[in-house]
Ligand binder design. Structure first.
Ligand code: PBE
Length: 269
């Protein structure tokens, strides 16, 4: 009976994020793969998605969101990924660091540190938790850098300081995971290596275009091999891929544990 289905309870809506995100593309693929013909994917932003989740969760209401790991929402709420037997969301990925071509020779100090920057999902979650508790992103990043001298020192070991007044431009998208990572990278570049760093908040397309066009020096937000594939392929040869700075990500449809469904296939009923 219609009124009893999950679909009718959530108005056949999956709460999405910014339209350019790879997660949105994967969700549209899932809608196709599982033939969720009646369903809509709501466009918005990461912030709007977590606000909707918070509201539904506090009211004990059903909700389905597009989610990813690492993310603070799994610590704050009891949530579960819906099983994805058709593998629409792909497997675990890496997040890569990308620089513009030429950074290696122009700004070897920044390049050497960026090349060594590598941390774990738990590290990133600690920064996100600080922000979630009310710290400004730059404060949470500075606190993490302060609390993790061994990791930070390994990233900058043997890396010379920048010449006085050297500037660096980082691009990022306002996803909570990338707000955390980009702020930590900036904190190290400024407090340890003497750079003046500009952080440019943009959409995913301009982030990649900025790196490929040389207007932006670096970013730490390339989810590969799948989530950012379109941009990776589009600009191939026009950026320097410094490899993974984190591994062990996940994407999928996420619901509160109090919901009585376990698989994307349950959305068909
Ligand atoms: N995300 C977070 C991004 C990459 C980082 C999963 C929301 C996406 O393109 O979907």
């Amino acid at each position: 009976k219609k009124g009893d289905t999950v679909g009718s309870q959530v108005n056949y809506t999956i709460v999405g994020i910014d339209p350019g995100a790879g997660l949105m593309k994967a969700t549209n693929k899932a809608i196709q793969d599982y033939q969720l013909n009646d369903w809509n994917l709501l466009e918005g932003s990461g912030t709007a998605m977590t606000a909707a989740l918070d509201k539904a969760y506090k009211a004990n209401q059903p909700i389905i969101v597009t989610g990813w790991t690492p993310h603070w929402m799994f610590t704050k709420y009891d949530l579960k990924y819906l099983d994805d037997p058709k593998n629409s969301f792909g497997g675990s990925e890496e997040i890569h660091t990308m620089t513009r071509l030429g950074l290696k020779s122009d700004q070897p100090s920044a390049y050497q540190f960026l090349d060594k920057f590598n941390w774990t999902p738990t590290d990133m979650e600690q920064v996100m938790a600080g922000i979630q508790e009310g710290k400004k992103p730059e404060e949470a990043a500075a606190a993490w850098v302060n609390d993790n001298p061994d990791k930070v020192n390994a990233w900058i070991e043997g890396v010379p300081k920048a010449p006085a007044g050297q500037k660096l431009k980082l691009a990022y998208v306002a996803w909570d995971s990338e707000i955390a990572s980009t702020n930590v990278v900036r904190a190290v570049l400024t407090s340890k290596l003497g750079y003046q760093v500009d952080m440019l908040q943009v959409e995913i397309g301009p982030m990649w275009a900025g790196i490929a066009g040389g207007d932006v020096d670096a970013m730490v937000a390339a989810w590969l091999p799948t989530t950012s594939k379109d941009f990776y392929d589009k600009y191939k040869g026009k950026f320097d891929d410094l490899g993974a700075n984190l591994s062990g990500t996940k994407l999928g449809l996420v619901v509160p544990k109090y919901m009585n469904i376990n698989s994307i296939e349950d959305l068909k009923k």
